[in-house]
Design a protein around this ligand. Structure first.
Ligand code: SAM
Ligand code: SF4
Length: 412
């Protein structure tokens, strides 16, 4: 195995490429064996750590560590001694590497499963974190081992300055920069976003029927969003992830149409179970379309093959067995919760840290920032909050209480 770390240390500077096995063992799969109890990446055991993904995320906890990397065919190599760096862990041993940052609570859509049709109830501008505050927090989170940042909202593209913010995140070393958007303002800004460092995009699309789309989103934006998806598909953001929240009786008749759209366009079509995070409090279990049903329906028409995924990933991924382009992703937080491997935390637009979408409480970073907390204070606070991350959500337990914050305020 050829090992080509990009820097002598890895901790803050992860190697971009660890190595490739001449035996074709699918890309960068390696075993990492340590003589210390490993605190590495997302998979752990006492002896071996199986790291996979295009860019293995290696973090070292504290103390020096020497890694011996071997691929499944036995080719091995020794990698440098690691520099100590800090990582975020919770009390269940999960390492937190992904941060979703909501940069605004405003939105130009009013999706029925998210916002209310009622008048605006946005927070005042001064309640929302400023760009300098967001910059400072991003650096602190990076120093704590956050490697993936997804920008979300509200609708992130309604806030001026997104491209500059992305460029700053990119320049301080965020490796994996992505965004979730409703697509309304995407087409015209796609090139600038990419130039700023955006690498992946999720675009919401809840119907392929213009009238229905407009009823769901309460806009007239169907054609604009379709154009944005096509633009993203022609760009280096391809393949775009297209997200549909299925709601029984509204758009669940379109499962096959969405799958067909993926086959025609090559997008990754992702079906998300409706979660109890809607402003109108209309969610009931009977409105949830289980991912298993979606899988069965598509599989009956076009057989699907599962694609391996990282355990912390939200989506179960499938390709079409007949080799057609496109992928299917199933996100089943209600019927098949994936909390056991969750690596995510969220920062709301008004500066609250949330350790789970369904947290009952959030944690006020904005006050700390504005009261003059030092970086060390913030690191300590964030570490203590993350340590108490919930083991899992309780949607399926009796007495579940819908969080007071809805999706548009939390950031999906
Ligand atoms: N405005 C952008 C958008 O719609 O893509 C980003 C923010 S939105 C809150 C992020 C994601 O949350 C979207 O994919 C949206 O479909 C999803 N979402 C919103 N409310 C939801 C709900 N109640 N259940 C499941 N997903 C939801
Ligand atoms: Fe806005 Fe996104 Fe919520 Fe729709 S899902 S109302 S686009 S924040």
């Amino acid at each position: 195995m050829v090992v080509t770390p990009t820097s002598a240390a890895y901790g803050r500077d992860n190697p971009r490429l660890l190595g490739r096995c001449p035996e074709k063992c699918s890309g960068l799969r390696v075993w990492a064996e340590t003589f210390e109890p490993p605190v590495l990446g997302k998979e752990r055991s006492t002896e071996n750590v199986y790291i996979f993904g295009e860019r293995p995320i290696l973090s070292t906890g504290s103390g020096d560590l020497v890694l011996y990397l071997k691929c499944v065919h036995g080719a091995g190599s020794r990698i440098q001694q690691a520099q100590p760096t800090m990582t975020l862990h919770d009390k269940f041993g999960r390492q937190i590497t992904d941060l979703r940052i909501s940069i605004t609570d405003r939105c130009n859509f009013r999706c029925v499963y998210c916002r209310s049709a009622d008048p605006e109830n946005y927070r005042d501008h001064d309640e929302i974190l400023s760009w300098p505050e967001l910059d400072r927090l991003a650096k602190i989170f990076l120093s704590l081992g956050i490697r993936k940042i997804r920008i979300t909202g509200g609708e992130p593209l309604v806030r001026d300055g997104v491209e500059d913010y992305l460029a700053r995140l990119h320049s301080v070393g965020v490796e994996d920069l992505s965004m979730t958007t409703n697509g309304h303002l995407l087409a015209e800004r796609c090139d600038r976003l990419i130039a700023a460092g955006l690498r992946r995009i999720n675009i919401s699309l809840d119907s392929l029927d213009a009238d229905k789309f407009e009823r769901i989103t309460r806009t007239k934006s169907f054609a604009t969003v379709m154009h944005s998806i096509a633009t993203a598909q022609r760009s280096r953001l391809a393949p775009a992830k297209v997200n549909a929240v299925l709601v029984r009786g509204i758009n669940d008749d379109e499962v096959e149409a969405f799958a067909s759209y993926a086959r025609e366009t090559g997008v990754i079509m992702r079906f998300i179970e409706f979660m109890p995070l809607d402003a109108d409090r209309h969610w009931t279990r009977s409105l949830v379309v289980p991912a298993a049903e979606v899988h069965q329906r598509i599989h009956d028409r076009w057989p699907l093959e599962q694609i391996p995924h990282e355990r912390s990933e939200t989506a179960r991924k499938y390709r079409f067995a007949d080799g057609a382009p496109g992928e299917i992703g199933l996100i089943a937080p209600v019927t098949q919760p994936f909390c056991g491997h969750c690596s995510r935390i969220r920062l709301t637009a008004d500066g609250k840290l949330r350790t789970c979408l369904f947290s009952k409480d959030d944690h006020d970073l904005r006050s700390l920032l504005r009261e003059g907390a030092s970086d060390e204070d913030l690191v300590t606070y964030i570490g203590s909050v993350v340590m108490e991350k919930e083991e899992g959500h309780r949607i399926n337990e009796p007495g579940f209480v819908q969080p007071s914050r809805t999706m548009v305020f939390i950031g999906g």
